[in-house]
Design a protein around this ligand. Structure first.
Ligand code: DX5
Ligand code: ZN
Length: 213
């Protein structure tokens, strides 16, 4: 599978969101949208109305990363707003994980399951073959610009071990740059979220090329 790059608009200028989406649009297939509620993580960001506005100005595949409590209750609004993929956190869904995956799939969009750095792959092994994507957080979720936690990358191989799906997308998010992306790629990762690395680059096209393997 070709590598998928998903620039995180958390590092964009929210007063110039359209301009900043256009900066990456020709070089990537996906756009990563970080939704935070101030409960699951100590930060508040984007709601469905913003996703709806983004949907109107781009054809990029909208990769929506829900870092919120009770994700099950918000699946419909984020899909109706135009998301193409909904990734939610296992730590926020727990016993409702299957119900949440089914709710997403019923609406014919892709389903992703994410784990925070301290959550073990063993805890989600029974769900790996029910989703399209597994997101391994390589920083504590909540903020852009943090340092990559290298031990988290070992989870890539564990996810692969449990997966029976050769098309499974294994995504990493947090502290991704040309060096850390290479580490993850060598372990079998095929989808990279990058915020600061892309948006703070002098040459965005080159920065994206350097993490496209
Ligand atoms: C963090 C978010 C990330 C964030 C990554 O909780 O999920 O998507 O934007 O930012 P960088 O790439 O700057 O670490
Ligand atoms: Zn994210």
């Amino acid at each position: 599978m070709n590598t998928i790059i998903s620039p995180s608009i958390l590092s964009a200028d929210f007063a110039n969101l359209e301009r900043d989406i256009k900066k990456v649009e020709n070089f990537v297939p996906w756009l990563h949208i970080d939704v935070m509620d101030g409960h699951f993580v100590p930060n508040i960001t984007i709601g469905p109305c913003v996703v709806k506005s983004i949907r109107k100005i781009t054809n990029l595949f909208l990769d929506t990363h829900l870092m919120i409590e009770n994700p099950t209750d918000y699946i419909d609004v984020f899909i109706d707003a135009g998301s193409d993929l909904i990734t939610f956190h296992y730590e926020a869904a727990r016993k409702k994980t299957i119900e949440t995956i089914e709710k997403i799939k019923q609406k014919k969009v892709k389903a992703g399951l994410s784990i925070k750095p301290k959550t073990k792959v063993d805890e989600i092994k029974e769900y790996i073959n029910l989703v399209d994507l597994v997101l391994i957080m390589t920083v504590e979720p909540g903020f852009g610009g943090q340092k990559f936690i290298e031990e988290c990358a070992d989870k890539i191989q564990e996810v692969k071990k449990y997966s029976k799906n050769e098309n499974l997308i294994i995504q990493v998010d947090g502290g991704i740059n040309n060096l850390t992306a290479k580490i993850c790629k060598d372990l079998g990762c095929n989808c990279f979220v990058a915020g600061n690395y892309i948006y703070k680059a002098d040459n965005i096209e080159q920065a994206i090329q350097d993490i496209t393997f």
